[in-house]
Design a protein around this ligand. Structure first.
Ligand code: GAL
Length: 425
């Protein structure tokens, strides 16, 4: 069954947020305070991460010089460190004025915990209900209330490479399937190079979701998260075995640091490919000053042509935010056309808004916007970036994946994840 973007987003809503029921923590938390500072927590720090945020900060300064932006960003791709810091602060009733959260199951936990305020009034005030795709706001909604403001749409399922590396190796085109990848990888290895670079655990999970998607297709992939695909079935175990083979051609043994050093190994030519989301564009063009198609190129990761494995960054208003009025101004900027069109071309993402200025999205982003808005594109949600699994489920999967990448025991991993996903309500 083909699933369009709209149909996916509509279906996912029900699965993603049905269980979330907001309980009020208003009585315990903070104030409705005013003041001229807005403290924002994100993990957009350093090369490939901060350029978009800086554009938003500049706009805020221009529009509201009276407000001081307090950047409480913490480095660590996919929020590895920022999320831990945030959890500590939320449990101590010491929230910032706004924090980054992914649309989907990730934010549903905050909604259920009563950590975030209902922002429906901001949506009504700004006309956002008609501007963001309904399916996307549904992923930020519980019981008819909307709890976060999306700034972008990122794509997870991308294979990055340097054309010159392929030429040197006599490879005419990047692989269209994981089976083709494995054939290329054997040849690449024989020539003394690494077929695919990976970074720390979250990037290994990012690769895993895209191998599963490429091997299983969109319907079975989506079924992995809503209980309709049995993790221990033969085709899922076979896809997991493919993942093991893919990793055997990677540099996982020396993987550390973060996604940028893994990208660097691809740029140095030590490794040929890297699977990463399109924040990579910000790193390659912004930090490394490389040109799309000439210096670097990108295609859908193997087996996922015409599929958008999406995620969306959004910002919240925590219950008890110390500077509520300034936070509202920040959130209004995040949701505005001007804000999104300043942020996204530098972030390497396309706008969450449907009325963006298309002329600002060129090169890779021109292709991305075309794919995102095409009615024939099938949309699924990212695991590593919070769409299809809540943080506690992701944490169980992380533990199981840490064992799996050492043991290569696909059956044991499938059994562990099946148990984890059963809690993904
Ligand atoms: C994702 C986030 C992106 C980007 C990426 C790498 O979770 O949504 O905006 O920051 O992590 O850190």
């Amino acid at each position: 069954m083909r699933r369009s973007r709209r149909a996916f987003l509509a279906l996912t809503v029900a699965a993603a947020l049905v269980a979330a029921s907001a309980c009020s923590k208003n009585e315990n938390k903070g104030t409705t305070g005013s003041g001229n500072t807005v403290e924002v927590m994100s993990w957009w720090v350093g090369g490939g991460e901060e350029a978009g945020l800086n554009a938003l900060i500049d706009l805020l300064k221009k529009q509201h010089p009276e407000i001081k932006f307090q950047n409480s960003g913490t480095s660590g791709g996919a929020g590895t460190n920022a999320k831990a810091q945030l959890a500590t602060r939320l449990s101590a009733n010491n929230p910032p004025d706004s924090y980054q959260r992914h649309a989907g199951k990730e934010i549903s936990t905050d909604i259920a915990n009563g950590d975030v305020e209902d922002l429906t009034y901001l949506y009504e005030k700004n006309g956002w209900k008609n501007i963001f795709p309904k399916g996307l706001t549904d992923l930020l909604t519980s019981n008819g209330k909307i709890y976060s403001v999306p700034v972008n749409i990122h794509r997870s399922n991308l294979l990055w490479y340097q054309p010159k590396t392929l030429t040197t190796l006599g490879i005419t085109a990047p692989p269209k399937t994981w089976s083709e990848f494995l054939t290329q990888a054997a040849m690449i290895k024989a020539k003394g190079k690494t077929a695919i670079s990976v970074g720390p655990a979250w990037t290994q999970k990012h690769l895993l979701e895209n191998v599963l998607l490429g091997e299983l297709g969109t319907d079975k992939y989506t079924g992995l998260w809503n209980g309709q695909t049995d993790w221990t079935s033969a085709d899922v175990v076979a896809a997991l075995q493919t993942y093991t083979k893919v990793l055997s051609f990677s540099d996982i043994a020396s993987a550390g640091a973060d996604w940028q050093p893994a990208a660097d190994r691809m740029l140095e030519g030590a490794a040929v490919y890297n699977v990463m989301g399109d924040w990579m564009m910000s790193y390659l063009e912004g930090t490394k000053k490389l040109k799309y198609k000439e210096d670097y190129n990108v295609v859908a990761s193997p087996g996922t042509d015409g599929v958008y494995n999406f995620l969306s960054d959004s910002f919240t208003l925590p219950v008890g935010a110390p500077h509520r009025a300034a936070a509202e101004i920040w959130l209004t900027l995040c949701g505005s056309k001007e804000g999104q069109d300043a942020f996204n071309p530098l972030k390497g993402s396309v706008p969450a808004r449907t009325d963006a200025d298309k002329s600002k999205y060129t090169g890779y982003l021109g292709w991305a916007l075309e794919q995102w808005t095409s009615p024939s594109t099938k949309v699924v949600g990212s695991l590593a970036h919070g769409v299809v699994a809540a943080d506690p489920v992701n944490a169980d999967i992380d533990t199981a994946l840490g064992l799996f990448t050492k043991s290569n025991d696909a059956n044991a991993f499938a059994t562990a994840v099946k148990a984890a996903v059963a809690k993904n309500k």
